[in-house]
Write a protein that binds this ligand. Structure first.
Ligand SMILES: Cc1ncc(COP(=O)(O)O)c(C=O)c1O
Length: 482
């Protein structure tokens, strides 16, 4: 990917690939979108793909594959046990991560399930730079407590720090002192911290936290699901990494860790996951959880075709032209929104563009789910499906009160190699229109609320008829066909 300077003066991210396979999109009119939104009970996960124009829900499992990945899938070795395709994947993981042992799993949360059962005990603590929804659920399910130790500034919406995903080393030392190293199940570092805007961690911070873990004999685990974007930011923002190849940066990061797990729905441009371990003892400790929950040790719930694609995808992750596409598109979108005065997380991170719902719709209190209301409004405004990443994505406190999220974000994910700049311009235009109408947007309440990970399948309704008013305004400005 290259940020290319145009004769007209502007710089535009130009794709370093061409598109060979396309999927038809549909843009149903706003009034129809309102009907579909109501059928989906204001939960965008419940929408049908055919009713969505720009699907920016996630970057998970929806990245475009390369010709080499597709070709490799035709040649996969479809054996239940002893598949050559698994050996090739394991060899690639060993080569890039520098870890000898590998357990396959069907996706990221399956790895978290295994790690949670293997290492989290009742009363233990899992410090992390920032939680992810499924990670936290698996830690608490096993009786542990998540402790977030993101460095100061990480949760500031408009920041300037290049590595807002860093962990605070002093806070970690204090926690270990207070709780005792034996009560720390493991320290988890999330590359490209998802819920604070895909914000990266510096190589220096990965190392510093690793040194503390070593000193205290605490297991150090990386969630590498978003490592691809993190590598790009290490390369362009960290002086130490500027002259290193992506392969060398990857290895320097991985060398800090005892265990690395990942969702290959993100890292590797395919669908699957796995856990790499430094020692055979760690592998042994977890292997039965794979055969019990996932599948045999040479596929772990993944299709062999996907394993072949991950192997190629991991190698492609070492190519700066390939991994810069996502971050450059996101930076483009962030810049366009900043120019229009719309509150977004800065500096631009990985995985998507994050709009600050607290500033966009300040009239909606946290208990009425501002980011959920904003993403619902965005679907009405443009057929765009974004993801709520705020209070609705948190489960309630044990006493039943709302856990108000520290950041209330509407995430417009930019799946890799999927969209074009003109499509991003469309989304920016509709966000800008919505910003002008922001006073209309009102809150939501649950009518059906699951206990765990309620954002996936919970049902909501509006607290006032604000959505009808928004659609009336849309038809006034754009007509009935848009
Ligand atoms: C940082 C992080 N960890 C874990 C997961 C869970 O992965 P999966 O969706 O493959 O279960 C995700 C998914 O979005 C993620 O972003």
């Amino acid at each position: 990917m290259a940020n290319i300077k145009f004769f007209g003066g502007q710089t535009i991210p130009v794709e370093m690939h061409r598109v060979r396979v396309v999927q038809k999109l549909h843009l149903i009119p706003a009034r129809e979108r309102l009907r579909k939104l109501r059928e989906a009970c204001n939960n965008l996960y419940m929408l049908q793909n055919e009713d969505i124009f720009m699907d920016m829900l996630t970057d998970s499992g929806v990245n475009a594959m390369s010709d080499d990945q597709l070709a490799s899938m035709m040649n996969a070795d479809d054996a239940y046990a002893g598949s050559r395709t698994f050996s090739e994947l394991k060899a690639k993981v060993t080569e890039l991560f520098g870890m000898e042992h590998f357990l396959p799993a069907h996706q990221g949360r399956a790895c978290e399930n295994i790690l949670g059962q293997a290492y989290v005990t009742p009363g233990s603590f899992v410090p992390m730079n920032y939680h992810f929804t499924t990670t936290k659920a698996h830690v608490t399910r096993n009786g542990g407590t998540v402790v977030e130790l993101v460095a100061p500034g990480g949760e500031t919406v408009q920041g300037t720090a290049p590595f807002k995903g860093n962990m605070d080393p002093d806070a970690l030392k204090k926690l270990i002192r207070e709780k005792g190293a034996d009560r720390i199940a493991f320290v988890r570092m999330e590359a490209g911290a998802n819920l604070i805007g895909g914000q990266p961690v510096s190589l220096q911070n990965f190392r510093e936290i690793g040194d503390i873990c070593k000193q205290h004999g605490v297991l150090y685990v990386m969630d590498a699901s978003l490592l691809q974007d993190n590598l790009y930011f290490n390369k362009v923002r960290e002086p130490e990494c500027q002259d290193m190849s992506i392969r060398d940066i990857m290895r320097a990061i991985c060398d800090c860790f005892d265990i690395i797990y990942f969702s290959a729905r993100k890292l590797g441009f395919a669908r699957g996951g796995g856990i790499a371990t430094r020692t055979l003892a760690q592998w042994d400790h977890m292997k039965e959880l794979v055969t019990l929950n996932e599948g045999f040790l040479t596929y772990g719930g993944m299709s062999v075709k996907e394993m072949a694609a991950i192997t190629v995808g991991l190698e492609e992750t070492m190519d700066m032209d390939i991994i810069s596409q996502g971050p450059l598109f996101i930076a483009y979108m962030v810049d366009q929104l900043v120019k229009r005065g719309i509150p977004v997380v800065t500096p631009a991170g990985g995985l998507g563009c994050h709009v600050d719902a607290r500033a966009f719709v300040p009239q909606i209190p946290g208990e009425q789910y501002p980011s959920a209301a904003l993403v619902a409004a965005m679907y009405l405004a443009g057929g765009v499906r974004a993801m709520e990443r705020g209070t609705l994505s948190e489960d309630r406190n044990p006493d039943g009160s709302e856990h108000i999220a520290s950041m209330e974000l509407a995430r417009f994910a930019v799946p890799r190699r999927v969209f074009t700049v003109s499509q991003l311009d469309y989304v920016v235009d509709r966000i800008a229109w919505l910003y002008e109408q922001r006073d209309i947007i009102g809150g939501l309440k649950f009518v059906e609320e699951p206990k765990t990970l309620r954002f996936f399948v919970g049902k909501l309704e509006t607290l006032s008829p604000w959505q009808d008013e928004l659609v009336d305004r849309f038809e006034r400005d754009f007509g009935k066909d848009n």
